[in-house]
Design a protein around this ligand. Structure first.
Ligand code: FPP
Ligand code: MG
Length: 240
């Protein structure tokens, strides 16, 4: 529910026309109803959270909400954790607390570390998919279900652009002016494709996925554990 609430807000902020292959809430209902709808879901989620009656879980999940907002404002350093991985890390930790983990047991830390690593891998792949999209920037990508090429248009330098900067120093200037100059977006995209930025971001995502799997090694064999391993592999193998 928090994720959905955050996307309703995100599509207003990013002025995005599409979400999951359908018109986004703001394009269909306008910004006002999208923000109100997002806040309504947030309210319902808070009620559900309170009903669980666990102080530690309430604290964890409430801090995810402020992390999401911080991540959205930062959109740079730390944003991969705050915007994406915090929800997965603290969500996983909460599940373990609700499952009856006692104070001092290691399971909470394992759950948090797994969620954090898988969350960072997930966001790095998201950043790559934005560059791999073959749709014209701003228009529908049928596989992604949202417009591809959005990050540069929004002035965001994610993994592929940051790695490309190491190979093409001229990228620094474009990043500095948030790709706002004439032709900046096209130039940045071409520098990324001429560099190993996408490849290196994928390697980084795989490193985080491997770390997530190593954390799972601490768990006893079970169907649930095999499910988490499969989930981790799908996160780095996904195309949408
Ligand atoms: C998608 O990013 C956005 C998020 C994962 C988080 C957005 C958070 C907020 C707008 C803060 C408000 C949060 C709440 C709970 C009210 P993206 O634009 O990189 O991805 P996209 O391509 O899927 O849009
Ligand atoms: Mg967005």
């Amino acid at each position: 529910m928090l994720h959905t609430a955050s996307l309703l807000h995100d599509d207003v902020i990013d002025a995005s026309p599409l979400r999951r292959g359908a018109p986004s809430a703001p394009s269909k209902f306008g910004s006002k109803l999208s923000v109100l709808g997002g806040n309504f879901i947030l309210g319902r989620a808070s009620t559900a959270l309170a009903r669980l009656g666990d102080a530690e879980v309430t604290q964890l999940i409430a801090s995810v909400i402020s992390n999401l907002v911080e991540g959205e404002i930062l959109q740079m350093r730390d944003k991969t954790y705050l915007k994406t991985a915090s929800l997965m890390a603290k969500g996983a930790r909460s599940a373990v607390v609700l499952g009856g983990c006692e104070e001092g047991e290691v399971w909470k830390d394992i759950a948090y570390a797994y969620g954090r690593n898988v969350g960072i891998a997930f966001q790095l792949i998201d950043d790559i998919l934005d560059y791999e999209s073959t749709s014209t920037p701003g228009s529908a990508d049928l596989t992604l279900g949202k417009p591809g090429g959005a990050d540069l248009q929004l002035g965001l330098a994610t993994g592929p652009a940051l790695y490309a900067w190491e190979e093409f120093p001229e990228m620094g200037e474009l990043i500095g002016r948030k790709f706002e100059g004439p032709g900046d977006v096209e130039m940045a995209r071409s520098l990324v494709h001429r560099s190993s930025g996408v490849h290196r971001t994928k390697l980084l995502a795989k490193e985080f996925a491997e770390k997530a799997k190593e954390v799972l090694d601490e768990l006893p064999e079970s169907v649930a554990k095999r499910g988490l391993v499969a989930l981790t592999e799908r996160v780095v193998g996904r195309r949408s």
